[in-house]
Each structure stands twice: as structure tokens, then as C-alpha cells.
Design a protein around this ligand. Structure first.
Ligand code: AMP
Ligand code: ZN
Length: 470
């Protein structure tokens, strides 16, 4: 099939035409959440943009299989395997077991995703389900000489690679400083960039989740999880790997190192990274304690989809600053957009020939490195265009397969029973006919009749809108 998505690839540092390994089929992997706390809206920015990417691929006609892990073991406070265990930290904070915490925050994550219309990946796999796979790959890495045992733990030996820094431009010194910031160095490592594949004698005596392994009772490191879960479900080759930009180093760099050392060939062709959502004090992060969640936005009266629109209106490769005034603006724009769409006349036939150039423009816009904000420009062009209502609605529904903003939802009618809605529509049509016949007394009588039933109507440029009185 024709490949119509041009995408920035962190691996080549260029915008390239995306061509999957197998024509028409896409394998996609996403680093899932570490389930020790609620996802903050920064995390969810990454998942919204990845969701739009997946949906656009499907929109173009690809058969997509998407896999996501749930990190429920092995992720330490520093991505370089030092510091506190995040899951233990969550369990202590809430005086619960690690499994209770994992279960609670996994459910909370998917509930947030649902509110934001983020599609659940085809496969969702908790790391604790895949211990056998981790052991198999780590054993092979030891056998091939890519891993060593030190101080009871198993480490990946980065010095064995021809090239380790395939994803990032930073030099070794700079990266090493970033990694060590605020956390003590692991003296078992032969070189600073080596990373843990399996912890046995770790400093966490109270580690709850431990498994038998050829190297003693222990638990996996974080990086090995994603490589193994991807290979388990998607095989030896991966088309697109996604994540937030902070995952580039060390997490994704390490994933490439161990996957390619294990497989003996290149593993993943395209790397998609979403820039961070920041607040006025800097990067939003869970460890800051006080962070913004979807529930908090809801409590403040925002529709979660207004936040989705907030994200889609900016480019995923630009940092995005969160502020309430900007969100207020987007929330208003969203409501106005919905009202304009609801007011579109319903009479007439969809004109596919007239719709085609707009669909083409939408593909062109979003296909330019996921420029979703240009996608909105095309959407507004449709609203302004000389097209009949049904054609506009058809195009909007078509674009909404990617945007997922419930653009065609009939909010008012959805909440009332169908019989009442049908009666209201009939009365509005009768009032329109009365007005056309200049029988204003009759038109007013119908308005009063509607009001008696608690239905308020409003005449707008785009037709008569109605809602139930509050
Ligand atoms: P975590 O649950 O910490 O493993 O993070 C889940 C996802 O959110 C990862 O892909 C991170 O790269 C991404 N992420 C973390 N912080 C932010 C942020 N402030 N803005 C956007 N994405 C983020
Ligand atoms: Zn990952």
C-alpha cells in the first residue's frame, strides 16, 4: 500500500517516509506506566500523541498491532538503576502491598485513558507476567558474553557494543553526569553505562516480589522488560517504538543494546518520542508529589477531552507548557466547535466527490510528521466550506477517527430518551414551517409548548439548537 506518513525518527534524526517491514502491517510498542502512582497529565500527553499516531496509521489503512507493558517491578527512582524502588515507595506510602498498588494504579491509568479516548493497546502485559522470558534473554546474553555477574547482580556490558549511543547525540560525559545526579554510583558496574538485567543481592531486603533464577532469587531490571515484552508479542522486528523524550536515554538506548545483542540484528526501525509537558516550575513529574491528574481537571470542571484537544493542538516535538488560562481557552473553543457541528443541517446526501479533497488535505496535514494542529485547520476549513451539512458531518466523523474528540456526539439528545428527542425535533420543524409561513403566533405557541416540557430552544445562524432546562 501507499505509505503516506512522514515521521521524525529519533534513530536517524530525520523526517522519513514511514515504511513498515511488512507491507500494510505495523507492529508498535509503547512503554507503559510505572504503576506506583496516578499518571500525571504530562505522562498522558505522551499517551495521547501515541494514540493519535496509532489511530492515524489505522486511518491510513495499516493493520496495526500495538503492545504496551505495565511496569510493576524493577523500576528504580533513577532510570540508571539506582535509588529507591518506585513500586516499594508507592506501597510504603499507602501502607499496601506492591500488588495492591499495581492493581489499583493500573486500573486508574486505564480509567484516565478511557476518559481521554486513548484506545487500549491490543496487548497489555504486566512485567511480572514475563519472568520466564526475562530469564531466557538474560541467560542468552550471558552466554554470548554481553552480560556479567557482579556483586550478585547481572549487568549488561555496554563496552561489548560497537556503538552504544545510537539514539542520542549527547556525549558520554554529559550523560554520565545526568545519570548520577543525586544518587550514589553502583560500584559493581565495570563501566558507568552498564545496566542491571537482574537484581539478586540488591539493597532492598524488603523487596516483596522475587523469583527463582539461575543466579539466585531476585527480580528483573526495568530495561529488559520492554525488550522482552515486545519480542514476546511482536517478534524479532519492531516497526515503531514510542515513549516520552526522557526515555531516549538510558531506557531506550539500553533496550536497543540488549535486544540487538540478543537477536544479532537491527531490531526497531522507527523511534517516536513525545516532548514533555511542563508547568511554570518545569517538567511535570510524579516524584514531585503534587502533580496534575485527569481527576483533578475533572474536579475543576474540565471535560477531559478539552485536555486531549489541548495536546492535539500543539506539535508532539515541541515542549508544551500547561496553564489554566490556556486550557480555559481550549475548553471554550472545544464547546464552540461541538455546538457548530451539532447545528449543521441534517438534510441532504453526502457528496463523496466534494469531500475527497478535504480528506486528502487532512491526510497531508497529519501525515506531515503528525501535525495534528494542521489537522484542526482542515477541520475548520470543512466547517467554512461550501458543502452541505451531511458532507461536513461525514468528513468530521472521518477525521474524528484520529482526533477522537467525540465530535459528532449529540450531547443534548443523548441524555434524553429517544421519544422525547423525536418529538422535540418534530416540534422544531413545525415551528420552522410556521415561521416560514409568517405564522408567528403559532411559532411562539410551539416555543411555549416546548418550554412547558422543559425544553429550551435557541435560534442560531446555523439552525435551532435545544437543551433541557437546567
Ligand atoms: P512512567 O510512568 O514514569 O514510566 O512514564 C510514562 C510515560 O510518560 C513515559 O513514556 C515517559 O517518557 C512519559 N513522561 C514522563 N514525564 C512526562 C512529561 N512531563 N511530559 C510528557 N511525557 C512524560
Ligand atoms: Zn520501556
Amino acid at each position: 500500500m501507499e505509505n503516506r506518513l512522514n515521521l521524525y525518527n529519533t534513530l536517524t534524526k530525520k523526517v522519513e517516509t514511514f515504511v513498515p517491514r511488512v507491507d500494510g502491517k505495523v507492529s508498535m510498542y509503547t512503554c507503559g506506566p510505572t504503576v506506583y502512582h496516578f499518571a500525571h497529565i504530562g505522562n498522558l500527553r505522551s499517551y495521547i500523541m501515541e494514540d493519535a499516531l496509532e489511530k492515524f496509521l489505522r486511518y491510513l489503512g495499516y493493520d496495526v498491532t500495538r503492545v504496551m507493558n505495565i511496569t510493576d517491578v524493577g523500576h528504580l527512582s533513577s532510570d540508571a538503576d539506582t535509588g529507591e524502588d518506585k513500586m516499594l515507595k508507592g506501597a510504603k506510602r499507602e501502607k499496601k502491598t506492591v500488588l495492591e498498588i499495581a492493581d489499583f494504579y493500573t486500573k486508574a491509568f486505564f480509567s484516565d485513558c478511557e476518559k481521554l479516548q486513548i484506545k487500549r493497546p491490543d496487548v497489555v502485559e504486566p512485567a511480572t507476567n514475563c519472568i520466564d522470558e526475562f530469564i531466557k534473554v538474560i541467560s542468552a546474553l550471558l552466554e554470548k558474553g554481553y552480560a556479567y555477574e557482579a556483586g550478585g547482580n547481572i549487568y549488561f556490558d555496554t563496552s561489548k557494543l560497537k556503538e552504544y549511543y545510537v539514539l542520542s547525540n549527547q556525549n558520554e560525559e554529559e550523560l554520565a553526569v545526568g545519570v548520577r545526579e543525586g544518587v550514589e554510583e553502583d560500584t559493581n558496574k565495570r563501566s558507568k553505562t552498564d545496566f542491571v538485567l537482574w537484581f539478586t543481592k540488591s539493597k532492598f531486603d524488603d523487596q516483596e516480589l522475587k523469583w527463582e533464577s539461575p543466579w539466585g532469587i531476585g527480580y528483573p531490571g526495568w530495561h529488559i522488560e520492554c525488550s522482552c515484552i515486545s519480542m514476546k508479542h511482536l517478534g524479532e522486528y519492531l516497526d515503531i517504538h514510542c515513549g516520552g523524550v526522557d526515555n531516549i536515554f538510558p531506557h531506550h538506548t539500553n533496550e536497543i543494546a540488549q535486544s540487538e545483542a540478543f537477536l544479532g540484528h537491527e531490531w526497531c526501525g522507527y523511534w517516536f518520542h513525545v516532548l514533555h509537558l511542563n508547568d511554570s516550575t518545569g517538567k511535570m513529574s510524579k516524584s514531585k508529589g503534587d502533580f496534575l491528574t485527569v481527576s483533578l481537571l475533572e474536579q475543576k470542571g474540565y471535560d477531559p477531552l478539552a485536555y486531549r484537544m489541548f495536546c492535539l493542538q500543539s506539535h508532539y516535538r515541541k515542549p508544551l507548557e500547561f496553564s489554566y488560562p490556556v486550557l480555559d481557552n481550549v475548553a471554550q473553543t472545544y464547546q464552540k466547535l461541538l455546538a457548530r457541528i451539532r447545528a449543521l443541517p441534517k438534510e441532504g446526501e453526502v457528496d463523496m466527490a466534494a469531500a475527497a479533497p478535504y480528506k486528502e488535505a487532512f491526510i497531508e496535514a497529519v501525515g506531515s510528521d503528525m501535525n495534528t494542529s494542521m489537522g484542526f485547520t482542515v477541520l475548520y476549513d470543512v466547517l467554512k466550506a461550501d458543502l452541505n451539512g451531511p458532507t461536513k458531518r461525514w468528513l468530521i466523523g472521518d477525521f474524528d477517527q484520529v482526533l477522537s474528540l467525540n465530535l459528532l456526539a449529540e450531547e443534548e439528545t443523548a441524555e434524553v430518551d429517544g421519544e422525547l428527542a423525536a418529538w422535540v425535533e418534530e416540534r422544531i420543524a413545525a415551528r420552522k414551517a410556521a415561521k416560514k409561513a409568517k405564522d408567528f403566533a403559532q411559532a411562539d405557541a410551539i416555543r411555549a409548548e416546548l418550554l412547558e416540557k422543559g425544553v429550551v430552544i435557541k435560534d442560531t445562524r446555523e439552525g435551532t439548537l435545544w437543551e433541557l432546562a437546567k
